[in-house]
Write a protein that binds this ligand. Sequence first.
Ligand code: AMP
Length: 401
Amino acid sequence: MKRRETDESPRFEDLGLSKHMLKAIRNAGWESPSPIQSAFIPIALEGEDCIGQARTGTGKTGAFVIPILELIDPEIRHPQALVLTPTRELCQQVADQAELLSKHHDMRVACIIGGKSIHQQVETLKRGATIVVGTPGRLIDLMNRHVLDISKLDLVVLDEADRMLDIGFRPDIEKILRRCPEERQTLLLSATLPLPVEKLAQRYMKNPQKVDVSTGDIAPSTIDQYYIAVDQDRKLPLLVKLLAKLKPSQVLVFTRTKRGADQLHAVFARKLSRVACLHSDLEQRKRDRVMKEFRSGELRMLIATDVVGRGIDVSTVSHIINYDIPESCDDYVHRIGRTGRMSSSEAGQAYTFVTRDQGDELTRIEVRVNQVLHAYQVDDFEAVKPRESKRPPAEIRRYGS
Ligand code: AMP
């Protein structure tokens, strides 16, 4: 969805932002605020704690980066804002947006993630970073080395809180939050608000206001969603046929496991160029390179697992293929959120492969996104073999009666 200005469009000018900020936003090419930005920014600017329910792709990063840039003092050279993110890729994207929007603010942004040289990060922090964006593990490492001091923070952001808890970061997050000053502002962004996220908010936030732009947006109208019934052993030929038919300009294929991603990649890499795979066992340098190539359009096909695939913010992804049905409905929402994105003018398409025994999972997804997925069939391809009838043939039945 490309944001276009109409007479009724909300305006950044009405959100109480400084001239510097408005200029940076204009330079970024953003014409009007997205719904989460319109709702979230004024509350955050008031210094209130706020929970924003919005998925990636709706402009949620800008919703918290803009207030951070407005609220902190660039003259003070110690960390004033800390953003916790679940994955390295997402962390880099948040840091990039902070850089993009801080052109006129003279901020120093440190991106603190595992898999990258810790010495460089130590140097960045020593030089005086004002905004620190990081994944919990490396942040704690640097706190323990007394390089990162979070005792004077004004603002903490928990980005994609649901995903951080899903992947087991709760103890780390709590460790970090306990070391933050009591007097601080806390912002939380999450695509979904399951009980563990609510509990975290209750414990560490003060009277948070809630902004929910996810209703009706859970399955964005910019995404056409289909399912394809398939036998487990027909999935690979189905994928080959489907790709040949759709000829996607850029496709993201999700598998449930790293091994599954590797296996699929091995098959396609033999036949196609411009295909890569992304999961957490790959070394960080490789992950960065793959993301860069995917973002630039050099790669046409990326095979990824949920944990890393989720943070991918690439506006050119035209098709999502769930080679394996996601483990949870939330994962489904996150996966399909990789296409039909704000900065893209094209509608995205999402295809989910469903085997016979996964009917219930499909139903749960449909309930979650509040719409029925359309059945899709690839012409001249038998994705499901007819079930062998358990009933005896008609002649035998007739003979018995
Ligand atoms: P996010 O949901 O934060 O991952 O943002 C998704 C994409 O939308 C990013 O590439 C942003 O640069 C872009 N974006 C964010 N806010 C706006 C806006 N108000 N207008 C146009 N593009 C935006």
